[in-house]
Write a protein that binds this ligand. Sequence first.
Ligand code: PMP
Ligand code: GLN
Length: 380
Amino acid sequence: MRRANETSIFTEMTELAHRTGAVNLGQGVPDLDSPPELLAGVAEAVLAGRNQYPPAAGHPTLRAAVADHQRRHWGIELDPTAQVLVTTGATEALASAVLALTGPGDEIVAFDPCYDAYPADARLSGATLVPVPLTVDGDGFALDADALRAALTPRTRLLVLNSPHNPTGKLFTPDELTLIAELCVERDLTVLTDEVYEHLVYDGARHVPIATLPGMAERTLTVSSAGKTFSVTGWKVGWISGPAELVTAVASVKQWLTYASGTPYQEAIAAALGTVDTWAAGLRTTLTEGRDLLAAGLTEAGLRPLRADAGYFLQADVRPWGFTEGLALCRRLPELAGVVAIPTSAFQQGVDTMPWLVRFSFCRRHDALREAVTRVTAAF
Ligand code: PMP
Ligand code: GLN
């Protein structure tokens, strides 16, 4: 019997937050505004009766909007009919790609810590996930080139990249991306890149899709989602794009998982993607301020948060609070301080370096972040 794993850490910690009334800085679930015209667009489509299945590959307007977005933002040219597939969240895109491209005996290389869907998907496909630990370098995380080279074997079938990265908040640097790309070209590897936080990059830094590097477009499947960009994680609309033959393989799996999803959502997101630039600029400001507020508060409470270049999360070493294991702290944090966070070890695959790291989410309204800061400062 193939099994992923038991309850996800997000389910456990969100239940804990509900049960205890703690401020939830665990699961990356934003309570931020979404574009009003996007919300109105869904209501309009529903009331106009556009409530039946869209084409399995996605609503044509959304596939066209994704292709247009990739060209406008990143200079990536895609044929919306052959090279873009709409999925039920990035989650389904990732699972379908792993199931389509790997099986027993294959190895999937991923940087560790990593988003917990990747090892779960590997278990479902029967492939083995080979973790390549990121190292802490100063106040941030870095790629260990030797560890990456050592992880690649003749059985490596897929490399999973996630930049901006969950759970560390790392943006892979141009040099790191170049190294990864060169190794993938040299070894003729397919890359599955999860770019759901592509618009949430701070301090003037710039996201670089690995598909734009030399030799990569023909071997890269790129995943994103409306959930993060528009703070609508409950809508579960994502997409995957890349070479036609790879997208066709992914579509052949995806059609048997959900077939299709959410016509009204897809229509409204298609329209909103056209003006994402303006929207994302405001969201970045909110999230940068939230990140800084939380980092300052955790510092005040005695921790040393690491740098978060992007995304929803920042990492802190919790040893100053008297815990050598993040998991032990997170299980007691609601009772000690009325706050929920996620142990970074939940994203590690048998690599127990840095068990003292905890992931705090800052995709929350500033008053919730202030309340969390007040609570932890009082408790520690
Ligand atoms: N990838 C990463 C890195 C994530 O953090 C998340 C969390 N939502 C997902 C994928 C899943 O995205 P979706 O909700 O669109 O399925
Ligand atoms: N991506 C979210 C996080 O990392 C959670 C998604 C989920 O609950 N599966 O917190």
